[in-house]
Write a protein that binds this ligand. Structure first.
Ligand code: AMP
Length: 283
């Protein structure tokens, strides 16, 4: 496995790939790799000749009061895991080269980024779409692998690819979970033991929502009420949102119909967790 930090060296490597047959698969990450990231890499390994993984903690997607400084960094473990997973190239650009001191170009997806994760984090998605565009320009992948875990992010990247007419196939990969349903996340390692049990409640609430829909309930208020009950019993769990939305545009629904997504975000102390479930409800 090659490891490249400099953008110029990356471009040189990328040119060597132009004359080769087969597809380049790309898995962008912020590092602190775990089973969720590895599932994306394994999927890419099955479908592509060459796998590029990026590890870059993107400062642009963190708000001023968020955890950029505290975000877990474990590059030597990441390198070992990538090597074991059969990654061909690990790209870990240096932040000061990636964003030079006079950096002034950003990429924005408008409507889809206004709600949910974008509501209280006004610069978050612009940071994501800017870094993803820059990485797509460098890597020029045929396929790009993203997790359903960050469903809104997946939709935003999908919109970006369509709006910029990029020739990239976006692959949505299922959320990898712990045995109690908690979605695996780099930030889970910061959960103190006493909050670890509470963290499982978010996926439990979403699962109950799905079960209610599957057993015929269509009224969003009723379903939301049941989900809140699961979470609301615990005073340490602060619910930011629990929503039932159209799965393509994330507009909130009053009645469950068609392809819907149940979205949730909760705060436990200073740890923020998000999760979602997709359900198809034939009309
Ligand atoms: P991150 O390093 O958190 O920016 O995540 C990099 C990619 O891994 C994103 O596409 C995430 O959606 C995906 N990912 C993170 N956690 C999981 C998980 N538990 N299951 C599947 N994919 C995940």
């Amino acid at each position: 496995m090659r490891v490249i930090h400099s953008i110029r060296s990356f471009h040189t490597w990328r040119r060597t790939q132009d004359s080769l047959d087969g597809r380049i698969g790309f898995v962008p990450t912020m590092g602190a790799l775990h089973a969720g990231h590895l599932s994306l890499i394994h999927r890419a390994r099955k479908q592509c000749r060459t796998i590029v993984v990026s590890v870059f903690v993107n400062p642009l997607q963190f708000g001023p009061a968020e955890d950029l400084g505290r975000y877990p960094r474990s590059f030597s473990d990441d390198r070992r895991l990538c090597q074991q997973a059969g990654v061909d190239l690990l790209f870990a650009p240096r932040p000061d080269e990636f964003y030079s001191s006079d950096f002034q170009t950003t990429v924005t997806v408008n409507r889809l980024t206004q709600r949910w994760e974008g509501k209280d984090r006004p610069t978050h998605f612009q940071g994501v779409t800017t870094v993803v565009t820059k990485l797509f320009c460098a890597v020029r992948p045929h396929l790009a692998y993203f997790g359903q875990k960050d469903y809104q992010q997946y939709l935003v990247v999908n919109q970006l690819i369509r709006d910029l007419n990029l020739d990239i196939r976006l692959m949505r990969c299922p959320t990898i979970r712990e045995s109690d349903g908690l979605a695996v996340s780099s930030r889970n390692r910061y959960l103190p033991a006493n909050q670890r049990r509470q963290a499982g409640l978010l996926s439990k609430a979403l699962r109950q929502g799905v079960d209610a829909i599957k057993s015929g309930e269509r009224n969003v208020r009723t379903i939301q009420g049941r989900m809140h009950k699961t979470l609301g019993n615990d005073p340490d769990v602060h619910v930011e949102y629990l929503a039932i939305c159209h799965a393509d545009n994330l507009e909130p629904l009053t009645k469950v119909q068609g392809r819907v997504v149940l979205l949730g975000a909760v705060r436990l102390g200073n740890i923020r967790l998000i999760d979602n479930r997709l359900v198809h409800c034939p009309r």
